[in-house]
Design a protein around this ligand. Structure first.
Ligand code: BF8
Length: 649
């Protein structure tokens, strides 16, 4: 890419470190930004030009308004089928991650996973309770073993309702029952999506979309929920942690080891081992001053939330990080790892290591993680990084760009932060929303998308929302984006509106809360359920003045998340690329007004970012109006007598 720094910042990436490296590279090596500029999207299926069905070999059929495929499949049937298959893939990614953790919990209980232990027993008890397991007077390992078995069987549950939906408000469960979308196990729902979308099976668009919803709920309230809960049990429930973000956290005089992907297990062990004296001495013997472990994508979020490890970048930063020439080794597991890394690392000294039995990349060395070999493998990987330190081929180029941040907001920690150790509760948050100091809460989540200026939408929306007294919660690449630009620094409180700022100052919380990785969107569901339970803001999630935005989405996982959030009663809006149903007005109608009627939430696509912001703000105001909290109330400080009188009413 031959552009100057200012133009890159304006058009390609808002991340100053990324812009600096892209300018320096000047197109010398190909990155996703160059490929996005030189490769157009396929016109079939993008925008409103038509839609493609390739579910049988008589096609692919390109269908436009008024035409059908060879079998007679209409535009809306094909749009619904394609959408449902995206949901199945996204739900599969999350729940397979959850399955591995559920299996691991059993191995830890049996002492068969060296380097790992149960770190949060209280969380295990709660999780076991939600799975319907008897916990009284039982040994913790026995409970963990049964929780592992129950979690695994709930992922594969064939009949009945999956247990964890009981974490949702009663009223929400009733909405799902009424619409016949309560999931069985997520595996079962994924299989049914694949069956129903095979040629000649389910041909009614709305009926196909119902199954897509059931599958997505099985992800959010099943597979993803299991992944988050067990990660907290094994690696600790996050609490507030300070760290620094961006490429400036790479160190010129230390061994830089990047962990990238989504699974926390091996990464947690690598982070812990990186402070091992023997390994540090070994690093020194090779001319380095130490070992610097940093993260990219959702693995970064996992180890940031629990161990304060620096996130140096999100999805679109992965190649740029290697182009610093300062990374000795990048270890990857699953999801969102660009295949281009294999070729790119040939131009640098960086070693690329794949570790998941599910994912190999041409050009990478595969060193398989097997649950039983964690510490041994982690040591071997760190040593390999150290051995590679003297092999740096060229002078490193590390942009001097960093930003301070606070992360680690599990729903447990938010409650503690709001109410203190002895009175932890969502009450202060509910009260602040009721009296209008906080207008509502908005989740800004999801990916980067190379078709748009990197990070720009996340940062714009986050800034504008806090200015308008909306609390912002973030996960995934959106969270890393906000961290990199400094909005997660406690200093950013000055950008918040007066009402939000007053609440944040009173309880000592930031206006922007990092809730974790993409599977941790399930934490947002838990927060919403507990806010409903706390009272005063309606009886269901759909009553709350909240919204969800994925402004730079690109992955199928994002579609599954957007769908389960909408089906949980939240107005959800995607920006950037159109949702892949754009060609069918009927399917768009199903996802918007149709889902609004059924679930009280919907999934809309709005490409204009300011229009998107206005829509979110107006939805929040509509919800406030429906709750009759739209007029600003003065705070009345009650004396003892007035309190007693209130109690007696
Ligand atoms: O699972 S936000 S680009 S890294 S898919 Fe991927 Fe998207 Fe990033 Fe996290 Ni989520």
């Amino acid at each position: 890419m031959k552009k100057n720094y200012e133009d890159i910042l304006e058009e390609v990436s808002e991340d100053k470190a990324v812009a600096e490296i892209l300018e320096k590279l000047g197109g010398e090596v190909s990155t996703i930004f160059d490929r996005a500029a030189s490769t157009k999207c396929c016109p079939i299926g993008s925008g409103i030009s038509g839609i493609c069905c390739k579910n049988c070999s008589m096609g692919p059929c390109r269908v436009r308004e008024g035409k059908t495929g060879l079998c007679g499949a209409t535009l809306e049937t094909i749009a619904a089928r394609n959408f449902a298959r995206h949901i199945a893939a996204g739900a599969a990614a999350h729940s397979d991650h959850g399955r591995d953790l559920a299996h691991l919990l059993g191995l830890v209980a049996e002492g068969k996973a060296p380097g790992l232990e149960i770190k949060d027993e209280l969380k295990l008890m709660k999780f076991a309770g939600n799975l319907g397991i008897e916990i009284a007077d039982r040994d913790i390992k026995e409970i963990a073993k049964e929780a592992s078995e129950k979690a695994l069987s709930s992922i594969g549950q064939q009949l009945g309702e999956v247990n964890l939906i009981k974490m949702a408000p009663e009223k929400r469960q009733e909405v799902w029952r009424k619409n016949n979308v309560v999931p069985r196990g997520v595996d079962r729902e994924i299989v049914e999506v694949m069956h129903r979308t095979h040629i000649g099976v389910d041909q009614d668009a709305e009926h196909i979309m119902d199954q897509a919803v059931r599958c997505a709920i099985g992800d959010g309230w099943g597979g993803s929920m299991i992944a988050t809960e067990i990660s907290d049990i094994l690696f600790n429930t996050p609490t507030a942690v300070r760290a620094k973000a961006n490429l400036g956290m790479l160190k010129d005089d230390e061994v830089n080891l990047v962990i990238h992907g989504h699974e926390p297990t091996l990464s947690e062990i690598i982070v812990e081992l990186s402070s091992d004296d023997e390994l540090i001495e070994y690093a020194k013997s090779k001319g380095s001053k130490g070992i610097n472990v940093v993260g990219i994508c959702c693995t970064a979020n996992e180890v940031l939330m629990r161990q304060g490890v620096s996130p140096i970048g999100n999805f679109l930063s992965q190649e740029i990080a290697i182009a610093t020439g300062a990374i000795e080794l990048m270890v990857v597991d699953i999801q969102c790892i660009m295949q281009a890394l294999g070729k790119l690392t040939e131009s640098y000294h960086t070693k690329l290591i794949t570790t998941s039995p599910k994912a190999k990349i041409t050009g990478a060395l595969h060193m398989e993680f097997k649950d039983s070999n964690g510490p041994e493998l982690a040591r071997e990987i760190i040593k390999m990084a150290i051995d590679n330190f003297p092999n740096r081929k060229r002078k490193t180029y590390i942009p001097n760009v960093t930003a301070g941040l606070v992360a680690g907001f599990s729903h447990e920690y938010i409650k503690y932060m709001l109410g203190g150790r002895f009175r932890e509760s969502f009450r202060p948050l509910n009260d602040a929303i009721i009296d209008g100091r906080i207008q509502g809460a908005v989740a800004v989540v999801g990916c980067n998308n190379a078709r748009h200026c990197h990070d720009k939408y996340h940062n714009f929306l986050t800034r504008e929302l806090i200015k308008r007294d909306c609390l912002v919660v973030l996960t995934g690449c959106a969270a890393i984006s906000t961290a990199k630009c400094g909005l997660m620094d406690p200093e950013a409180l000055k950008y918040a509106g007066e009402g939000l700022r007053s609440v944040c100052e009173a309880v000592g919380m930031p206006p922007i809360l990092h809730l974790g990785s993409c599977v941790d969107n399930s934490r947002i569901l838990t927060v919403l359920s507990e806010v409903v339970q706390e009272g005063g803001l309606g009886e269901d999630i759909s009553d709350l003045p909240v919204a969800g935005i994925a402004p730079e989405w690109m992955s199928e996982k994002a579609l599954s998340i957007g769908t389960y959030v909408a089906a949980s009663g939240v107005y959800t809006v995607f920006g950037g690329e159109p949702i892949p149903v754009e060609s069918s007005s009927e399917v768009k109608e199903i996802m918007t007004t149709g889902w609004q009627k059924k679930y009280g939430g919907q999934l809309e696509y709005i490409s204009d970012i300011e229009e998107l912001l206005d829509k979110v703000l107006s939805v929040i105001q509509e919800k406030r109006k429906a709750l009759k909290i739209d007029t600003k109330k003065e705070r009345v400080l009650l004396d003892m007598e007035a309190r007693r009188a209130l109690k007696n009413v």
